[in-house]
Ligand binder design. Structure first.
Ligand code: NAD
Length: 350
């Protein structure tokens, strides 16, 4: 039987709670392959245990895994530490060290939740798009960067090769979907965006079947809310993608439903898009579905399509049967662990 080594990095805040539910669901799958889980500290938990938000043991474990399942990092406790000791630095370093250049964030609406969105049903019905965000370059990594008392600066840098790599990923993905790529940038103001347009246009020449369009990020942020069904694959740089995907989470009803995959040439990491949610941590009320969906994406990446589909079907069935976590229904809700129990039990039924 095939065995996969999974590095489990739960992190901080609700990270541990939502990861435990994802593991519960993975354990409940029929035994058609083995998953061997190894847990590692990351973020604030890494700082507390090893004085490092990305301890060497964690980086090595992640590098040597078949896939990484990640919870969330961050919290007030570590906010005032020096930059290299902050939890966020650990995650950025992990993405960079593993070369996880493509962050893939599917935006999907569950029929059962059409009336749970802040947006009107008629606006969101049929929305199904993917944000492909460049993850290892741009302003989050650019040098020089510095903060002084009265002045601070960051640098947005992109090379042609970096843009080409993520553009090829987005076009290949579009070929398996509705064959549309919308490149989101700020080419009316930023030189990096002008280069993005040049390179993306060049790459598009190899994909005649894919319709390419461009939108300025300010317009895109409006279009995602006003007319989300127009999109198939949104291709964008690191900072814009970070912001737009949180915005897009409104369409589905909660940030607790949005999963992501971060793909590199050798490694792949799967995580919910939300953070450690310190405001609800430790209360067993977080929505674990984003992490469970991330686990399903991980299985798909590993080629275990049947198991992945059964998790997705189980989630759909649980939602169809009316179960909600507190982020979706403040009056009548089940706990984080109950939602995990439900999906785990439905997996064996669907
Ligand atoms: P957040 O995503 O943690 O929370 C934003 C809001 O969404 C909060 O009200 C929270 O309660 C709610 N929320 C988030 N996930 C939820 C879930 N699964 N179920 C129900 N409600 C949920 O963002 P934030 O408050 O801006 O950041 C908190 C910490 O997380 C910070 O330290 C930040 O740096 C960190 N962060 C980490 C990641 C990551 O690990 N990838 C991503 C974003 C933020």
């Amino acid at each position: 039987m095939k065995t996969y080594n999974i590095a489990v990095l739960s992190g901080d805040g609700i990270g541990e709670e939502v990861i435990n539910e994802a593991l519960k669901v993975l354990y409940s799958l029929p035994k058609e392959f083995n998953l061997e889980f190894k847990r590692y500290a990351v973020g604030g938990a890494g700082v507390d245990r090893f004085g490092d938000p990305l301890p060497k043991e964690t980086l090595d474990g992640a590098k040597n895994s078949d896939a990484i399942l990640f919870g969330a990092i961050g919290g007030k406790k570590w906010d005032s530490l020096e930059k290299h000791l902050r939890p966020e630095y650990g995650l950025l370093k992990l993405r960079k060290e593993l070369g996880l250049y493509a962050n893939v964030r599917p935006i999907k609406i569950y029929n059962a939740l059409l009336d749970y969105s802040h947006l009107k049903r008629k606006t969101i019905e049929g929305s199904d798009f993917v944000i492909v965000r460049e993850l290892t370059s741009g302003i989050y990594f650019g040098e020089p960067r510095a903060k002084f008392d009265n002045r601070a600066y960051n640098t947005m840098v992109y090379t042609k090769d970096e843009i080409k790599q993520i553009a090829i990923y987005a076009f290949n993905l579009a070929m398996q979907r509705k064959k549309k790529v919308c490149c989101v940038d700020k080419a009316n103001v930023l030189e990096t965006s002008v280069l993005w347009r040049e390179v993306v246009s060049e790459v598009s020449k190899d994909y005649n079947e894919v319709e390419l369009s461009f939108l300025y990020v300010d317009n895109a942020s409006m279009q995602i809310i006003v007319n989300p069904t127009q999109f198939d694959v949104i291709l964008t740089e690191n900072l814009f993608g970070d912001i737009l995907s949180d915005e897009a989470s409104v369409i589905g009803g909660s940030i607790g439903l949005l999963a992501s995959a971060s793909i590199g040439d050798k490694n792949a990491l799967f995580e919910p898009i939300h953070g450690s949610a310190p405001d609800i941590a430790g209360q067993n009320i977080a929505n674990p579905l984003a992490t469970i969906i991330s686990a399903a994406m991980m299985l798909e990446h590993l080629g275990e399509f049947k198991a992945s589909s059964s998790i997705n079907a189980a989630i759909e069935a649980v939602l169809n049967d009316g179960y909600r976590t507190k982020d979706l229904d403040n009056n009548s809700f089940c706990s984080c662990s109950k939602m995990g129990d439900l999906v785990a039990s439905y997996v064996t039924k669907v």
